[in-house]
Structures are given as structure tokens and as C-alpha cells.
Design a protein around this ligand. Structure first.
Ligand code: 3PG
Length: 215
């Protein structure tokens, strides 16, 4: 079933409002998927972005989608094949670093709410023209970070963002204090050394701290 840009944005806004931080996950071992997702959800971060950067990413989405309380999305969607594969694996939303008409057409046709990336006023305005008012701001820090988002928010207050890329515990609260930021994405809550060594308790603690940011 297809989805309009307006409905996709509304759904993504709801998803982004579930927690201040969306963990950006790079998972190399399918057996890590369930315990990792469970630790993050237990820690208060129910929205998970699995990046399609490893050969097992789709299986990871499949496993994580079974975790109660989780909302699992697929990141780094670039091609129509990525979109189809993500939906087949059970992704509830998609994330892309930018946006192309082909990618937007594909996500709308297949019914996947896409959190499309923008890094400039023109990119954001183009997506707004199409009906998207909930966007990813990427790469956040490299694109000017908090001052840029604050400046963009003055003339374009109707667009909300999920900044991702360089967001950390030290700057996340500043992003979250902006009226045009709903949540932020970051990889620090699931560092590869802790994931690879199965230290789920430590990841849960990182998630719990992140879940309190911006409150
Ligand atoms: C990424 O590209 O991996 C995401 O934007 C996360 O970036 P981060 O590692 O800076 O949080």
C-alpha cells in the first residue's frame, strides 16, 4: 500500500518522538541482533536504525523486528532494491543520507515512510515542496551542527529534523534543545567493541543515559 509524503512525515514524526536518540547500528553477527535490540529497548531507546552496511544487515532487521517494543528501521537506503529488501525484512521506516526522486517514488509506492536526508536549505525546501516536513539532517556536525540547524529553523520553522552524523553525548543536548529537532541519531550507544564482546548490560546503561538526554 502506498504512502503519501505527508503521511510518511507524520509517521516518522511519531517514531522520532518515541525517544531522544535513535541508535545507528552496524551489526556484523546475526546472533547479536536480538540481545542488542533488547538491551537498547530495555534502556529506553525503542527506535533502532540498522544500517545496510554489513552482509547480514537484512537478517539483523528480521531478528530485531521480533523484539517487543522495538521499532526497527533500515538505514542507508540508496536504491530501489535497498527499499524492497528493507521492507521484506520487516523495516518499519527507512533512512537515507540524502534524497533522490527515484528513492522517494519507490518508498511512497511501496509504503515505507522515508526519513530523507537534507544538509542545506534548498535540499530541505525541495523535500518540503514534495510534502516532507520531517527530515534527517546529515551529516550534522560536518554541515555546521547546532548553529546551522538553528539558523535554518528561523526561516523554515515548519521543517523538523533528526540530526545524525557526529552527534555525541557532549553535543546531543544542544541539538535536542532546538525547537526544530525532534530526536537525533547516533552510533555511540552501540560501540562495536561492546557489541562484538556481547556486553549488553553496558549497552543498556549507555541507552538509559541517552534516553534521558534533552529532558
Ligand atoms: C553514520 O553515518 O554512521 C551515522 O550518521 C552515525 O554517525 P555517528 O557515528 O557520527 O553517530
Amino acid at each position: 500500500m502506498s504512502i503519501t509524503p505527508q503521511a510518511a512525515s507524520a509517521r516518522n514524526r511519531e517514531i522520532c518522538q518515541l525517544a531522544p536518540i535513535i541508535p545507528v547500528l552496524v551489526v556484523h553477527d546475526v546472533s547479536h541482533a536480538r540481545p542488542l535490540a533488547e538491551a537498547l529497548v530495555r534502556g529506553g531507546l525503542p527506535v533502532l536504525e540498522v544500517t545496510l552496511r554489513t552482509p547480514v544487515a537484512l537478517d539483523v532487521i528480521r531478528e530485531m523486528a521480533k523484539v517487543e517494543g522495538g521499532v526497527v528501521g533500515a538505514g542507508t537506503l540508496v536504491t530501489p532494491d535497498d527499499v524492497a529488501a528493507a521492507v521484506n525484512a520487516g523495516a518499519q521506516f527507512g533512512v537515507s543520507p540524502g534524497a533522490t526522486d527515484l528513492l522517494l517514488d519507490t518508498c511512497e509506492d511501496i509504503g515505507l515512510p522515508l526519513l530523507a536526508g537534507a544538509a542545506s536549505a534548498s535540499e530541505a525546501m525541495r523535500l518540503l515542496e514534495r510534502g516532507y516536513d520531517m527530515l534527517k539532517f546529515f551529516p550534522a556536525e560536518a554541515s555546521g551542527g547546532v548553529p546551522t540547524l538553528k539558523a535554518v529553523g528561523a526561516p523554515l520553522p515548519q521543517i523538523s529534523f533528526c540530526p545524525t552524523g557526529g552527534v555525541s553525548p557532549s553535543n546531543a543536548a544542544s541539538y535536542l534543545s532546538l525547537p526544530n529537532v525532534v530526536c537525533a541519531g547516533g552510533s555511540w550507544v552501540a560501540p562495536s567493541d561492546l557489541v562484538n564482546s556481547g556486553q549488553w548490560g553496558k549497552i543498556e546503561a549507555l541507552a538509559r543515559a541517552a534516553s534521558q538526554l534533552g529532558l
